[in-house]
Design a protein around this ligand. Sequence first.
Ligand SMILES: C[S@@+](CC[C@H](N)C(=O)[O-])C[C@H]1O[C@@H](n2cnc3c(N)ncnc32)[C@H](O)[C@@H]1O
Length: 273
Amino acid sequence: MEFDPEAVRAFEHAGWQQAASAYNATFAHASAGFVEALLDAAGVSSGRSVLDVCCGTGVVTAAAARRGAVPSGLDFSAAMLAQARRAHPRLRLDEGDAEALPYADRSFDAVVSNFGIHHIANSDRAMAEARRVLRPGGRFAITTWAAPTENVAWRLLLDAIGAHGDLHAARAPPSGGNLQTPQAALRLFEAAGFSECRAEAVRREWLLSQPRDLLTALARGTARTAALIDAQPAAATPAIEAAVAAAVLRYRRGDGFAVPIVAILASGTTSPG
Ligand SMILES: C[S@@+](CC[C@H](N)C(=O)[O-])C[C@H]1O[C@@H](n2cnc3c(N)ncnc32)[C@H](O)[C@@H]1O
């Protein structure tokens, strides 16, 4: 299948609309561990204005407000925004597309996106938009997921599907870019004209109560990974579930399980005006 930006956009939009009600109870436990490092990388502090692109249920927007910053969140999924508005009624949260931000040039001191950019069909357009709305000298910081070979949570799933199901079953349109390494994220920032670009791998743990929670979270709280799980032949599902749960047992910690996860944290600055 060829890269088709409109197909990617429609696929992602439908996926997040569907994941919204389960997101906070499931996948947010993986993505939330990187929020403070992301805000630090963008220099978000008291009194600074910050745009949270792909804000989803508002986890990062709310964390920026707790720092005393003046945040706005933006997402294209009305269902994700409904969750955000319910949990954080005082936050400014706008519906819109990261590829065409509804804000004037030079509106924000910082822009952040936690696990958003790799979902956007034209990530170079989203980078250009972030740069446009930043004030001179402002910093844009993003997180993306490192490759599954580095990321135990995804590797356990893909190993189980490889052994018992079909890794090519999902009829998802191929995504626009590969941002799974620090080098790829750095290239994205440099190509978009940012300076003082940095990218590094950041390691955390995904804390789970039960071994079966990993597959449940990926199936209910994501878009692309959920589509892969959903597309597995019904006859293979019990073996996949059992294999993932058995693999999670190796990561026991106290009453629960701590599965290693790795993100790429990348950032860059706009030239001083
Ligand atoms: C993995 S969630 C991350 C949510 C949030 N940043 C967090 O850390 O919990 C990805 C989000 O990107 C949003 N998204 C994907 N493509 C988008 C686009 N083109 N414009 C705006 N939002 C988009 C989805 O609706 C979803 O809420």
